[in-house]
Write a protein that binds this ligand. Structure first.
Ligand code: ZN
Length: 502
């Protein structure tokens, strides 16, 4: 469980990565009851304080994944050449027929990978069909607790399928397929809102920093009244609101046709934007959208690996930062990432900023990316005491082995964390001063057992979802030709913020 160790602990002998300095310097960290008490050299600790010898290590705060989906853990590596719309068409096949045990298992697979790759907290948009359930979300929360992580878990909901959300797509399907797709019809939103309300009311994990949130998945997939109902529930319960906004060009084009304005302008008009709102992806946002997001103190979760993998485009990180937006970094789900590696997400974020123009004045720096993956993501999750190794923050610390090949030699700490580290150097990970990963192994879970359970579930679900696989194979050619034709339409992004030469 992600609860803090009691008493004092002195971490001694490690270097501390600091974006303000080129190379980390020797720094002690005194931890009290899971919180960082003091940071410096030659710290005095109460007599008898245990010392954790971290010689030969570089410390950085636990990385924070601002956007993932625990339900995708069992769907790792299942597709290639998938656009977002093809991935959504595949969802019943790659995510269907799950038991409550599967729901925990799939999340635990993601959580175990995150911990092993230096990540200690995640914002998880969790999908269940046909309705979010107390048991299902409880199972996801139990997985994060078992892994020793902190999390924000949002039931991900919609009241219309993609076939209803994209004008003309349903009509493009042959009649027989239309009848089959009708089986995917979603519940009236009143029922979904009441299911979310039930989950929020009975949530039992907040004391362990596993908090709930609400995620109307994609604005086009939700009636305006439903979006507003989600926001109202989130505000009543004091929890976050998270949605995929402008992820694919199809969404941007259809959004402008449907709403007569950009997706962000539409959400603004509905009153959804605020400090508790996170827009995932935000690839197809123009400069006015960035200003709206910044004015409301809202956050964006940048998922560069997923955006490249699904051919969605490039988030404009430089412009978002310059507009004053809070930006976090995320992996997105294992079905479109196809991993949960925050080091890779940081590296991609840096490189995707740099590939957009040959003029380095318009690039994000590695320090900016590093801050986005720590304090930027922490803010998106709504945690004020995560993302830094400083007094008053939770003692969530990653120890990188400077003897690993990623650190031979060690030249520039934060730059090397962003550009060189790939998770192979992670030696220990602690949350709340407690080691959840020690000498390259999980202390809270049995990876071999997890692998056996995952393989058994994979084989069982493959058989159970065979009919959904068949349906996907029939839908694929239609979706694969219809949606790119929409995306081929011109979509003008209004730009005036430090616009870089392409
Ligand atoms: Zn997502």
């Amino acid at each position: 469980m992600a609860v803090s160790e009691k008493g004092f602990l002195l971490v001694h002998g490690a270097l501390l990565a600091d974006p303000a300095k080129r190379r980390g310097e020797p720094t002690d960290v005194l931890i009290e009851d899971g919180m960082i008490h003091s940071v410096g050299t030659g710290l005095t600790a109460p007599e008898g304080t245990p010392v954790f010898d971290a010689s030969g290590m570089l410390m950085h705060p636990g990385l924070i994944n601002s956007h993932t989906h625990g339900h995708t853990g069992l769907a790792k590596g299942m597709g290639d050449k998938w656009t977002l719309e093809l991935l959504l068409a595949a969802a019943p096949w790659i995510g269907g027929s799950r038991t409550v045990e599967d729901k925990k298992l799939t999340t635990l697979i993601c959580a175990a990978e995150m911990v092993a790759k230096g990540c200690t907290a995640a914002y998880d948009l969790y999908y269940e069909f046909p309705l979010p359930s107390r048991d299902g979300l409880d199972a996801a929360a139990a997985a994060y607790a078992e892994a020793g992580m902190r999390a924000v878990i949002a039931p991900m909901v919609a009241d219309r399928t993609m076939y209803e959300a994209i004008p003309g797509l349903m009509d493009a399907l042959p009649d027989a397929l239309q009848a089959q797709v009708a089986r995917l019809k979603l519940m009236p939103f009143e029922q979904t809102l009441s299911a979310i309300g039930d989950v929020l009311k009975h949530w039992r994990w907040s004391g362990q920093d596993i908090r709930p949130a609400v995620a109307p998945t994609i604005p086009l997939h939700c009636a305006d009244e439903f979006m507003c109902g989600c926001a109202q529930l989130a505000r009543e319960h004091g929890v976050g609101l998270h949605s995929h906004v402008g992820e694919s060009k199809v969404q941007a084009v259809v959004g402008r046709q449907k709403y007569g304005k950009t997706l962000v302008a539409h959400l603004d008009a509905l009153g959804l934007l605020g400090p508790d709102f996170t827009a995932a992806h935000a690839v197809w946002l123009d400069d006015d959208d960035f200003k709206r997001m910044a004015d409301h103190g809202a956050s964006m979760a940048h998922n560069p690996g997923s955006n490249m993998r699904l051919g969605n485009g490039m988030f404009r990180l430089r412009q978002a930062i310059d507009a004053g937006c809070n930006v976090g970094i995320g992996t997105d789900g294992a079905s479109c990432a196809d991993n949960q590696n925050m080091y890779e997400a940081m590296r991609y974020a840096s490189m995707l900023s740099k590939v957009q123009t040959p003029d380095p004045r318009f690039w994000a720096t590695s320090e900016e990316v590093y801050k986005a993956a720590t304090i930027g993501s922490a803010r998106a999750l709504g945690f004020k005491d995560l993302g830094l190794i400083a007094p008053g923050y939770k003692a969530d610390i990653v120890f990188l082995d400077l003897g690993s090949i990623n650190w031979v030699p060690h030249n520039w700490s934060t730059n090397q964390i962003v550009h060189t580290e790939d998770g192979g150097g992670v030696r220990h990970v602690m949350t709340g001063g407690r080691l959840i990963f020690k000498d390259g192994r999980h202390t809270t879970l049995d990876l071999a057992k997890l692998a056996r359970e995952a393989e058994a579930a994979r084989a069982r679900l493959e058989a159970l979802n065979a009919e959904w696989h068949e349906l996907y194979l029939k839908l694929e050619p239609v979706v694969a030709s219809f949606c790119p034709a929409i995306a081929a339409q011109p979509y003008h992004l209004k730009r005036y913020l430090c616009d870089a030469p392409a």
